[in-house]
Design a protein around this ligand. Structure first.
Ligand code: ATP
Length: 267
């Protein structure tokens, strides 16, 4: 159960994220260990960015990583969708932004996650863009108040870095840019393994080999999740329609993945 704009500690673990090791290392240095060992960071006088922008194609794990970072750090997580912030609070958008940051401060350490953050920044200067303009200005004020922001980390996510207002990408704002790419063939195998953690996969199935198959080319993490679901459905249907004379199968097999692959294409 999640209410928009309220904090929770997400239940996504690093094991749920396939691949993306580089990002994991970056977030470990920049957020997780900083929250866990604040005295050490202070002792060495290390100053690091507190604002991040994850960009890249849809469905490749931006939201998932942000949640895993919060879980790993034992931090609260506030999930806010750019377009919702804009639509829900027309006329009181500055207030909404102020409230969000103050809520984040009271439950720090906290990660404030702005999904589809480009929605807040694209229409500046255009006709009818005054709501965005005011919201953006308030957002910049809050982001620049980094000194008072102790324990609050801001992560934005977008598929459209190109349309983002440059002012937002400066250091101290969403200053550290991190690309979240489509998975490579080997990473597809790792994602399938992460997705398989809670599924009865037959011991004979080679998920790395499936990830490397040509049929998996250009599939995103979200597509692979759909593939896993289709394969599970195929196994389930087979079990439910079997007559009971033969030993009923209770696992997901390679043949189920092959059947699922015929239904899935890159989104
Ligand atoms: P969008 O840009 O559309 O918001 P996103 O990059 O935030 O997408 P997520 O919402 O994190 O993508 O991913 C959607 C789903 O796809 C996840 O809930 C998960 O099931 C699966 N997924 C994506 N990437 C990965 C990954 N690297 N490892 C495991 N699962 C993944």
């Amino acid at each position: 159960f999640r209410r928009e704009g309220f904090s929770t500690i997400p239940n996504v673990k690093w094991e749920d994220v396939g691949g993306l090791d580089f990002l994991r290392q970056e977030f470990d240095r920049y957020i997780v260990r900083r929250i866990k060992f604040p005295e050490d960071y202070a002792e060495f006088g290390v100053e690091l960015e507190t604002g991040f922008l994850l960009y890249g194609p849809p469905g490749c794990g931006k939201t998932l990583i942000a949640k895993a970072v919060a879980n790993e750090a034992g931090a609260n997580f506030i999930h806010i969708k750019g377009p919702e912030l804009l639509n829900k609070y027309v006329g009181e958008s500055e207030m909404a932004v102020r409230t969000l940051f103050s809520r984040a401060r009271t439950c720090s350490p906290c990660i404030l996650f702005f999904d589809e953050v480009d929605a807040l920044t694209t229409k500046r200067g255009q006709e009818g863009g005054w709501v965005v303009e005011r919201l953006l200005n308030q957002l910049l004020i809050e982001l620049d108040g980094a000194d008072q922001r102790c324990g609050v980390y801001v992560i934005g996510a977008t598929n459209r870095r190109d349309v983002m207002d440059r002012a937002l990408l400066r250091p101290g704002r969403f200053g550290k840019l991190l690309y979240v790419p489509l998975p490579s063939p080997d990473e597809r195998g790792l994602i399938l393994k992460a997705l398989a953690r809670k599924k009865p996969i037959d011991a004979s199935v080679d998920l790395s080999a499936i990830g490397r198959m040509e049929a998996c080319e250009n599939l995103s993490g979200a597509d692979l999740s759909a593939l896993m679901n289709e394969a599970a459905m195929a196994a389930l249907e087979e079990k439910l329609t079997s007559t009971g004379i033969s030993e009923t199968s209770r696992t997901i097999k390679t043949s189920h993945f092959e059947r699922a692959l015929r239904k899935i294409s890159p989104s």
